[in-house]
Design a protein around this ligand. Structure first.
Ligand code: FE2
Length: 472
């Protein structure tokens, strides 16, 4: 029988770092865009044993943990290895291999990961933030640069894929620069979503970023459907059909991310606390799955979050979440308008979160495809209000920006202190005494090869933004 091709086409990933362990991920996919839903990734309907190794060195000569995991057809031959017994705040390297008659013997690329610090550690944490990576909008050059920086951890704030098919609008030069096909229809089935993730992971820069550091991910809307809320599709179509679609999308998401927990029924538990010693409590939010009416988080997640904010263990309380948190008024001739998809549509819940945080709140956001920085207060627009913290809004990796009048938005919202309009990502450092964020930008994404530069660096002092880079 002819052998299948190289199975590690989608690369490797790690995530969910704890002081003593991480999750290692890969997926066997010799034909990542295989069109037959019964053979996802071109794999037959049987289990395959996958060897894994974790070592102290990049050459994997000093192996400290190893074992066998089983890639199952029902999970698209994805593998999630829960590695335990590692040392805190330590860099490790890992790889997978297969020795199965289906394949020629094959070994994956080597990934680098790092465990979280011990609970009492005061060690600084160096992180990166990414979001919004519409494949057909551009090249993932920003990820190539992010990978070189080898942060302790990467946060992804959602819109990891876009579910849309071929652009409905007429393609314009510089706007749709990479083909999605095959297939290029809007994702609705499990197979559609699986192949969309596989299409994205065929990009070597995205694979490099996953192989460079552990990721902690959350989602926004496009992992399922634009602007959906809870179990409701944005277009008001049949709710039962939408829930089937959402369940398929959540399953495919799990199959392609280094997550600790599997989907259960039609849900996937995403909100969680990830601690970096006594420096930062990272509180990862799910702003989609439980949305209902005036409630973005749902009662259980809100109660969990308020409890964490009222009894912090660390110096900085950092919300890792997808959508714009501060008030953002869009000035217009008939008075200001507000997004109905972001926190401005959920003001009461936002106020309860800020009240519980009290001070030293840091919010990381994405979604809007531009860089912004904001000061947070329980009374936006009142200069006498005591600031409770800051928000760093990260631009898109590739997704094109909206055609908003950003200077008018700055003028109408004095608490929004910074705007910048390139593609890119954030890097940050949190210590017991400082929190700093750099806006890393690339000049273009319509072709490969853009260099990266730092557009601005901000620090946080007494809940206020302080620009710490030198102005030209
Ligand atoms: Fe987006």
């Amino acid at each position: 029988m002819a052998k299948l091709g190289y199975p590690f086409t989608l690369g490797v990933a790690s995530g969910e770092p704890l002081p003593d362990g991480v999750i290692l991920w890969t997926r066997l996919a010799p034909e990542p865009l295989h069109l037959d839903p019964r053979r996802p990734g071109g794999m037959p309907k049987r289990q395959v044993a996958v060897r894994w190794q974790v070592a102290e060195d990049q050459g994997l000569t000093r192996v400290v943990k190893e074992g066998t995991a089983y890639a199952e057809h029902a999970w698209a031959h994805s593998v999630h290895v829960k590695v335990e017994g590692l040392r805190p705040a330590t860099e490790y390297f890992y790889r997978f291999s297969v020795a199965d008659p289906l394949f020629e013997p094959a070994t994956s690329p080597v990934g680098r990961t790092k465990t979280a610090p011990a609970p009492d550690s005061q060690a600084p944490v160096r992180f990166a933030v990414a979001s919004c990576q519409r494949y057909e909008h551009g090249h993932f050059t920003a990820y190539r640069h992010l990978a070189v920086e080898r942060p302790d951890v990467v946060f992804h704030l959602g819109d990891y894929i876009y579910e849309a098919g071929r652009p409905a609008t007429t393609p314009q030069p510089g706007r749709y620069v990479r083909p999605l096909e095959p297939p290029a229809r809007e994702c609705t089935t499990l197979h559609d979503y699986r192949n969309r993730y596989a299409r994205y992971r065929t990009d070597p820069d995205l694979r490099a970023a996953h192989a460079a550091a552990p990721w902690i991910v959350t989602w926004d809307d496009h992992e399922v459907e634009d602007n959906y809320r809870g179990t409701r599709p944005a277009d008001g179509s049949d709710q039962a059909a939408f829930l089937r679609r959402r369940t398929a999308a959540y399953r495919a998401y799990y199959e392609h991310q280094p997550l600790r927990v599997r989907p259960v029924g039609d849900g996937l538990r995403m909100y969680r606390w990830r601690a970096y010693g006594t420096v930062a409590d990272f509180l990862v939010l799910d702003a989609r799955q439980y949305r209902d009416g005036a409630d973005m988080l749902g009662p259980e997640q809100e109660a969990w979050l308020l409890g964490k904010l009222r009894a912090p263990r660390a110096r900085w309380k950092v919300l890792v979440q997808p959508v714009f948190f501060a008030q953002r008024a869009f000035p217009g001739p008939g008075g200001p308008s507000f997004s109905r998809d972001a926190w401005d549509a959920y003001r009461d819940q936002r106020s309860r979160i800020m009240a519980a945080a009290g001070r030293d709140l840091v919010v990381l956001s994405g979604d809007v495809h531009n860089n912004w920085a904001c000061e947070l207060s329980t009374a936006f627009g009142d200069p006498a209000a005591r600031p409770v913290g800051v928000e760093f809004v990260s631009t898109a990796i590739t997704s094109l920006p909206p055609s908003t009048d950003n200077h008018a938005i700055l003028a109408a919202n004095p608490h929004i202190r910074y705007f910048e309009g390139h593609r890119g990502y954030l890097t940050g450092t949190a210590t017991p005494t400082a929190f700093e964020v750099a806006y890393r930008v690339v000049d273009f994404v319509d072709r490969p090869g853009a260099p990266v530069s730092t557009a601005a660096v901000f620090g946080v002092e007494d809940g206020r933004l302080v620009r710490v880079d030198t102005m030209p």
